[in-house]
Design a protein around this ligand. Sequence first.
Ligand code: 39S
Ligand code: ZN
Length: 763
Amino acid sequence: MTTIHNLGFPRIGAKRELKFALESYWKGESSRDALKELGAQLRKRHWDNQGGLDFVPVGDFAFYDQVLDMSFTLGNLPQRVQGFHGDVLDNYFRVARGRSAQGAEDHGACCGGVAAGEMTKWFDTNYHYIVPEFTSETQFQLDASRLLAQLAEARAQGVKAKPVIVGPVTYLALGKAKDDSDKLALLPRLLPAYTQLLDTLAAQGVEWVQIDEPILVTELDAEWQHAFNTAYHQLKGCKVKLLLATYFGQLQENAYLAANLPVAGLHVDAINGRDDVQPLINLLPPHKVLSLGVINGRNIWKTDLAAVLNWLEPLAAQLGERLWVAPSCSLLHVPVDLDSEQKLDAEIKSWLAFALQKLEELRILGRALREGRDAVKTELAQNLAALTARRTSPRVNNPAVQAAVAKIDAKFGQRQNAYTQRAQKQAALLKLPAYPTTTIGSFPQTAEIRQARSQYKAGQLDDAGYKAAMQAEIARSVREQETLGLDVLVHGEAERNDMVEYFGEQLQGYAFSQFGWVQSYGSRCVKPPILFGDISRPKAMTVEWITYAQSLTKKPMKGMLTGPVTILNWSFVRDDQPRSVSCKQLALAIREEVQDLEKAGVRVIQIDEAALREGLPLRKSQWKRYLDWAVESFRITANGVKDETQIHTHMCYSEFNDIIASIADMDADVITIETSRSDMELLDAFDHFSYPNEIGPGVYDIHSPNIPAQEHIVQLMKKAAERIPAERLWVNPDCGLKTRQWSEVIPALSNMVAAAKALRAGG
Ligand SMILES: Nc1nc2c(c(=O)[nH]1)N[C@@H](CNc1ccc(C(=O)N[C@@H](CCC(=O)N[C@@H](CCC(=O)N[C@@H](CCC(=O)O)C(=O)O)C(=O)O)C(=O)O)cc1)CN2
Ligand SMILES: [Zn+2]
């Protein structure tokens, strides 16, 4: 009989209960006990939600991040937080968020201020984890208390618990050796902690443990492959059965390795790699369980249940008891409950499944495999009807858009002239000083802005009232920038809930949810818009706001747009056409916006591509194909303007070396990037390739509340000028300022402008 199970459940809560509880606790408005109680309630509810499954994950709940939980379980705390006097949970938040030295109540005074742990993207998702820190001295010491407590809770509730942990090789691979030592050298020290953990769980009578090793879907060199063998041969003696879970991609050349590790079962992503499954079955030793992830954990579409059954039934016959069925990955990456949605168009809603609906699909598949399809005849018929409607819906297919994409030719991506000629014309018009100053787009999203928007959405504020409130915020930003003496101004993005969702709300072919929140990091969430059909732009989306802002100042106002690749990568996208096609459609829509801005007299237009790099496939061998269509899409968007119009782009990540040629290929007149934390070293990439256009290397780390000193900014810019000719340098922060407060932004920008003036005067 087939076993059905789940790999992980979203912990933020259907109404973002965890977010609000965390933020209230951090502000000192509620107690630690209240927060812990809320966590327990959420776990209980989520286990209830998973009723009817043969195994339910335990340990997937985290107050901040599951990788940070694992660091605490393994006793791998950064040196700087060791010896903390307070509660472990508070120490956990110190690593997650950093802490200033002030404030006796949070032990800042006795235990000192600490820098936050570094945060980085979890594989190719928009989830960010706290990077484990290593040095050659790192020791591990098991603390299983969190996992054991949750296990006890689950059992008290009658849950068939399957503890979930991050596997040792992935844990090492995702961490960072702060002293540049060899992380793999820590494996022999790490494995005893894992052995002890598994033995502890076995002593509790645990049968199966899910051990996540998603690093197996990436290219591994011989050393790392070898680490897998070392690790799992050492864990072989433990008395629990290990289900080694891989997800987010295909095993490919790692299939043989994965199939032959001495574990009891293997989970693979059968969404991304269906064709790999039969060869894998042939490799798999006959005693092993194979768990197939057949429900997509990364999107929100209903599963084609009949198609899955057509494929699964013969495998079930072949594998018998050894077949397990699950979602492709943890459901962390999808919203909780479609039934919460009150405003979503009924037809589109009928095509969708969030986490709870995906679990229901899993139950239907389980019954069909155990009892035959007849047992779920009605459910299958409903599923088929919904899918058929979606396929043939005129709302999905727009022939005019398809024709426009077919007509794209090389001219679309081509500026009239090369950068050097454009730069002269732009300089003559814009008359900017040397080291021109600008910001990246957003100014603080204050409580008042969010409140106004929330009242507007609830119908308590009308169109005119909302417009007036946002215009007042825009006017405030413009005023502040003029006072600061910045050279190229922005309107501040007050009217945007999010740089992607805002455009999704206005484009045809997109739907958006009320409660479709997905955790991005800690308490921060995003509501990815749902790209369901061919994309078009009914009317201008930003022109009114930008022209209003421009009307308030003589300085150039930057038009502010999100680029097609970033919109695509931060949306839930169609599964019925290649991403590249959706991207081209977005490119045409945003191109129209660019051209409308130009027509309205906007001379500088920034097109953000913050997520261009994170869309890179997990395997390098697939990078070129992606970069080709991603860069082409950007060029289609940006390059339909006159030479005189200055195009900016912005990217906020600090790893450029490996894609610098593609970035240069985008041919933006100016690129602003994150660099402040790396001390301008990453500019080496731009230097070596002789990046030909203008660059604004960020000089102000907006992730930190610290105010950068004028002298520090001058030093950073001087370093930049050693690598890039000063005529091509801009002065700006690393990224947008929406998560900061005005009280931080004003002194920081004031120092930045003073630094630029000092540089102009010769330093
Ligand atoms: N899509 C996306 N991905 C990204 C980024 C990004 O900017 N966008 N940046 C990077 C880091 N990730 C981030 C992700 C989220 C947030 C963030 O600040 N999110 C906000 C939500 C932003 C939002 O959509 N706000 C809405 C809804 C605000 C809200 O919660 N309103 C309350 C009411 C608020 C009130 O009355 O005060 C409610 O609806 O209950 C708005 O402004 O309209 C949050 O979690 O708090 C920041 C960075 C990488 N990935
Ligand atoms: Zn940014």
